[in-house]
Design a protein around this ligand. Structure first.
Ligand code: NI
Length: 226
């Protein structure tokens, strides 16, 4: 399941975030990948413990905590701190799958990566190439969004970032452990929730929308690990 969530950050929030991160200390992106990723990853990123990255990551997670669409799509239990990356002059990240489990900095337990999110911090006109290409069970999807918009996709998918041939692509990305481990179950819950919202908008609250809302919550109760 993939979902495009527009306007997670306002234009002003993006501008402030870019001013902060552009001035920070960028390093080779291979610092955070395993052996397979290191062969295909060519970009730069902020170190995981960079204070600017940690502070700006908190801004992103705060915005998402208030975002109903993100909650419905990801059903988040825990997040990794958001990372920041930039691609320019032919830089690319070839086809790979993200590691299944990661250590949360400063916390004991491992985090299972169920949901990946990429937040665009530049506009499509700012660069050529650089599409995020996600291969999921429904085919191959190319994603290039306006600054401030977010794409949610399953961490189990193979994905790549096409070479940037002009300008610069700047994004944040992070992983979420979901209360619902299965991408198929999360996708069904998202579609059910969206359908209930559409019915409610068209008909108001009815016995049927209440009954469907009951089914939504009972399925979530059945499938959620909290
Ligand atoms: Ni990846």
């Amino acid at each position: 399941m993939m979902l495009h969530i527009p306007n997670v950050l306002t234009r002003e929030q993006v501008r402030q975030m870019r001013a902060a991160i552009d001035a920070a200390g960028w390093v080779d992106g291979r610092a955070t990948v395993g052996a397979q990723g290191a062969l295909v990853k060519h970009n730069r990123q902020l170190p995981e413990d960079d204070p600017v990255a940690l502070e700006q990551g908190r801004v992103i997670l705060q915005a998402l905590a208030a975002n109903a669409q993100f909650f419905s799509a990801a059903l988040p239990a825990r997040h990794m701190p958001p990372l920041f990356n930039r691609y320019t002059a032919g830089e690319t990240y070839g086809l790979h799958v993200d590691g299944a489990v990661r250590r949360v900095p400063g916390a004991a337990p491992w985090l299972r990566t169920d949901v990946s999110s990429t937040l665009f911090l530049c506009d499509p006109e700012d660069y050529d190439g650089g599409e995020l290409v996600v291969v999921d069970t429904y085919g191959t999807h190319e994603v290039k969004l306006p600054a401030g918009d977010l794409i949610v996709y399953p961490s189990s998918s193979l994905h790549r970032v096409e070479p940037v041939t002009r300008g610069e692509r700047v994004c944040s990305f992070f992983w979420t452990q979901s209360m619902v481990r299965s991408d198929a179950q999360r996708g069904m819950l998202l579609e059910l929730d969206q359908t209930i919202q559409q019915l409610r908008a068209r008909l108001g609250e009815t016995d049927q929308t209440v009954a469907l809302t009951g089914h939504y919550h009972n399925l979530l109760r059945m499938w959620a690990d909290v």
